[in-house]
Ligand binder design. Structure first.
Ligand code: 13P
Ligand code: SF4
Length: 334
């Protein structure tokens, strides 16, 4: 039983392994002895586990409605259409690097990961995005980054890439709403996707946290908008956030910009510190929350009786190409 950090405690207490999306992908690859994985996370994570595990292992998602609204913001048809338009609009300039390298965030369908594998691209997670962009720039002059504009922008900024070198591709507009010159000048073409949980965090919330607790350390996830990331003291994946708090001392105050189940669990694990969510009225990620303990019990009871329910099986042709991009990602360690 694999559990993402954003799962509720009633699920986490049953998990054999808890982690961020990079760690859970690695865990699926590292346990060939497991007969099956019950993935307590969202659909794209279960697809990744299916691709990285052996053909004899099955991957089960306790509730098939546990998707990710951000991943749904880029469909394979839109991505292929964008690729055709972008590669058609770009002039071929001198040098042996590719004109554009596709990079997809883990939070995307297996079909988009396969697209990246086929086209010299790679997958990243929030824990290795900078390493992955370095990998891409060794091979290409520019990158198209799917689907989270915020992770793409925040990571590119740390590499000295300026806003005007990161145009936003809007999939419903001709040429993404951009000019050929903007594409030519781009270093990172950002897809117009976002996480509805992390986009709720604001600089005003950070200002309030610092007023209420002058010694507060503000840590946020890189799916937050750039002004929030810039106003924070630390930015990183869910595992980064967990480790930062683990390294704290009694009396420390952490104001955190990420999903509420993780924040509340960290506070419960560290009662000698003050740990709170930046957003006072935040809801859990509604799709992560669809993994209800009753669904977990249902698929486990069936498994014991020899029945595999809610199996996630990626088409073998898609899986082969997606694995290429995922293996490149696993080599780019956080
Ligand atoms: P990480 O697990 O990579 O931190 O990502 C958070 C997330 O949004 C998962 O959906
Ligand atoms: Fe998707 Fe955001 Fe939920 Fe993660 S937290 S699963 S990115 S909607």
């Amino acid at each position: 039983i694999l559990g993402h950090f954003y799962q509720r405690d009633e699920i986490i207490k049953h998990a054999d392994f808890v982690g961020d999306s990079f760690m859970l992908a690695q865990a699926a690859k590292d346990h060939p002895e497991a007969e099956a994985f019950v993935f307590c996370g969202v659909h794209f994570m279960a697809e990744t586990a299916d691709i990285l595990s052996t053909d004899q292992q099955s991957v089960i998602l306790p509730n098939l409605a546990a998707g990710c609204s951000m991943a749904d913001m880029a469909t394979i048809d839109q991505v292929e259409e964008a690729w055709e338009q972008i590669t058609g609009a770009l002039e071929t300039t001198e040098g042996d690097k590719a004109e554009v390298i596709p990079v997809t965030y883990m939070n995307s369908s297996a079909a988009i990961k396969a697209f990246c594998g086929r086209n010299g691209g790679i997958v990243c997670t929030s824990s290795n995005a900078a390493t992955v962009l370095d990998w891409a720039f060794e091979r290409g002059k520019r990158v198209i980054f799917f689907p989270d504009q915020h992770l793409g922008r925040n990571t590119a900024k740390t590499m000295g890439i300026t806003e005007d070198q990161m145009p936003l591709w809007r999939p419903y507009l001709p040429l993404g709403g951009l000019t050929p010159q903007q594409l030519q000048d781009a270093k990172v073409i950002l897809w117009n996707g976002f996480c509805s949980v992390h986009k709720r965090f604001t600089v005003a919330q950070i200002d309030k946290a610092r007023t209420d607790y002058p010694n507060a350390q503000v840590i946020v996830h890189p799916e937050c908008p750039a002004p929030v990331v810039e106003a924070a003291d630390g930015v990183g994946s869910t595992e980064y956030i967990r480790k930062a708090i683990e390294g704290g001392k009694p009396g420390d105050v952490f104001a955190v910009g990420t999903e509420i189940n993780l924040v509340n669990r960290l506070q419960a694990q560290h009662p000698d510190m003050t740990i709170f969510c930046l957003d006072p009225v935040v809801c859990p990620c509604s799709t992560m929350y669809r993994i209800h303990p009753a669904y977990l019990a249902w698929v486990l009871e069936a498994l014991v009786e020899g029945q595999t329910l809610n199996q996630i099986s990626v088409d073998p042709a898609v899986a082969t190409d997606a694995e290429v991009a995922l293996e490149r990602m696993l080599a780019a360690r956080p």
